[in-house]
Design a protein around this ligand. Structure first.
Ligand code: DC
Length: 221
């Protein structure tokens, strides 16, 4: 399809992927797909229904009856907007657990590939450039030091009025890095052809501009 572009942004938790992806999507007028939110949606449903993720048959039934979509910046699970329900530490943990399961990954990767098939998209996650959209026109691997990522997340949580300490947030980030990188299935890793971008010390505007320039350089927009 002519002029279609797919942009993949991967990287560890708290690297700022979703903030940047949203800003780039807005500038380019293309859809943003937050794949982490899809794993969170599954984690949310598993928790809500009290399903044991280790029970393969129960998980299969749950996944067969699950519909996930995005509309106007909202994530929709089985017809309901769940944006606010999936950003808690409890759901982060369940999403991480579910994201290591083959059944869950198969279902979500298939959905994600479908979303990137017929239109321009920017998708962020852990395995987009290396697995979901291996032929994406643009691939970025965004990192930042664990301390800076913890600081950004800590500030965000404080703003929302949550009671946490910086040390707790840092520990959580290091644990999630470990889980994401050592997972057997599609672990977090930089695709060979992805551009690596260390955003430590960079502002949101600087990172957004860098990505937009890389895309404009190639004349797709
Ligand atoms: O980016 P996030 O924190 O919202 O992601 C939630 C969980 O889903 C996290 O444990 C990593 C996992 N994930 C994944 O395995 N693959 C993706 N493409 C996106 C997220």
């Amino acid at each position: 399809m002519e002029n279609r572009i797919r942009v993949a942004i991967d990287g560890p938790s708290g690297a700022g992927k979703s903030t940047i992806a949203k800003a780039v999507a807005k500038k380019l007028g293309i859809d943003y797909i937050d794949t982490g939110a899809m794993y969170r949606a599954v984690g949310y449903k598993v928790l809500k229904q009290g399903v044991d993720p280790g029970d393969a048959q129960a998980l299969k039934t749950l996944l067969d009856e699950t519909e996930i979509d995005f509309s106007k910046g909202n994530i929709i699970l089985d017809g309901n907007v769940i944006n606010d329900k999936i950003r808690t530490p409890e759901i982060s943990k369940k999403a991480s657990e579910c994201s290591a399961l083959a059944q869950v990954r198969e279902k979500l990767v298939q959905l994600q590939r479908g979303m990137g098939q017929s239109k321009s998209v920017i998708m962020d996650g852990r395995d987009i450039g290396s697995n979901v959209l291996t032929d994406a026109e643009y691939k970025f691997f965004m990192t930042a030091s664990p301390e800076e990522r913890a600081r950004r997340r800590f500030d965000e949580l404080k703003e929302k009025g949550q009671q946490v300490t910086y040390e707790q947030v840092l520990e959580d980030i290091l644990q999630r890095d470990h889980n994401d990188m050592t997972r057997e299935l599609n672990p977090l890793r930089k695709a060979e052809d992805a551009r690596e971008l260390d955003t430590t010390g960079m502002s949101i505007e600087e990172v957004t501009d860098y990505i937009l320039k890389e895309i404009e350089k190639n004349g797709n927009c």
